[in-house]
Design a protein around this ligand. Structure first.
Ligand SMILES: [Zn+2]
Length: 289
């Protein structure tokens, strides 16, 4: 995200290609080094996991990917994000939006309901098919494909969203640059990514150090496939200077804790809210010009 060289990377520890659990040293699997960039706080697997082909990691049904899959669209879906956009002075009527990694198309439906001409694409065929068959999305608006393959005219969209997407891509900065090219000057990009400052991850890492192991929990989501990256606000601040955008809004959401010490949930959530060390980082960018 900041183009710093490898000399600026700090090795945090190891992660397995499966859940690390409470005794990672006793588990079999392939371990990979996890690094943190000293310049921008980005956490990433180094080397990156293979296979590099997106479809090889995500060739699963929606039911398999989302354990508690709810196919039903509700008016509350993506409403909070659209509310922030409205507060930033965005006009929905007559605007054009793009959902990158649109899944089964719920976000596109919400943007359409808000008065936007909603476009999107999704790389996983099984998700894409649900979007077409269940939501009746037009193949002219909803495409099957990756960001590497996608093509749109320059300065075409007023709003673009990467909702829980950048952490899965091999080149988040390059993907952001491509999306910025499709965005009109003054347009907004919404990004939701896992935070590299999540307090619960720090607790787990402390626990692993106490057990004298070199494992860390970072980039392990709740289910496979694993994430490639965790981001900090600074990751986007550094990218903003080089890529011509301004950070219009940012906040951190706490989400549910996943610790076994559920009785401390209340205190942990309060602490994470107070210190901005929750799980999800939400960023709205405005393209300069
Ligand atoms: Zn960096």
């Amino acid at each position: 995200m900041c183009h710093a060289g490898a000399a600026r990377f700090r090795v945090m520890g190891l992660r397995l290609n499966r859940s690390t659990g409470f005794s990672p040293s006793a588990r079999t699997g392939v371990a990979v080094t996890i690094c943190r960039c000293r310049e921008c706080g980005l956490i990433f697997a180094n080397p990156q996991p293979i296979p590099l082909q997106f479809s090889d990691q995500y060739d699963v049904s929606p039911e398999e990917y989302w354990h508690d899959l709810d196919l039903e669209w509700r008016s509350s879906y993506f409403k909070k994000e659209l509310g922030i956009l409205e507060k930033l002075g965005f006009r929905f009527e007559g605007s054009r939006s793009l959902d990158i990694g649109a899944g089964i198309g719920k976000g596109m439906r919400s943007m359409s309901e808000a008065g936007m001409d909603a476009f999107g694409f999704e790389p996983v065929e099984a998700f894409y098919k649900v979007g077409i068959s269940r939501y009746g999305l037009s193949p002219g608006r909803f495409k099957l494909g990756t960001i590497e393959d996608a093509e749109y005219p320059d300065d075409y969209f007023d709003f673009i969203t990467f909702d829980a997407v950048l952490e899965h891509l091999h080149d988040p900065d390059g993907s952001l640059v491509k999306a910025l090219r499709w965005l009109k000057p003054g347009g907004f990009i919404h990004i939701e990514v896992p935070s590299s400052n999540w307090f619960i991850a720090k607790l787990y890492n402390f626990y692993y150090r106490c057990r004298l192991t070199s494992f860390v929990t970072n980039t392990s989501p709740m289910h496979s496939p694993f994430h490639h990256f965790e981001f900090s606000r600074k990751s986007f601040e550094k990218s903003a200077v080089r890529n011509g955008f301004t950070i219009a809004h940012t906040h951190v959401e706490v989400c549910e804790t996943t610790t076994p010490i559920k009785s401390f949930d209340f205190l942990l959530k309060r602490y994470m809210k107070w210190t901005g060390t929750g799980l999800q980082l939400i960023v709205f960018l405005r393209k300069n010009g």
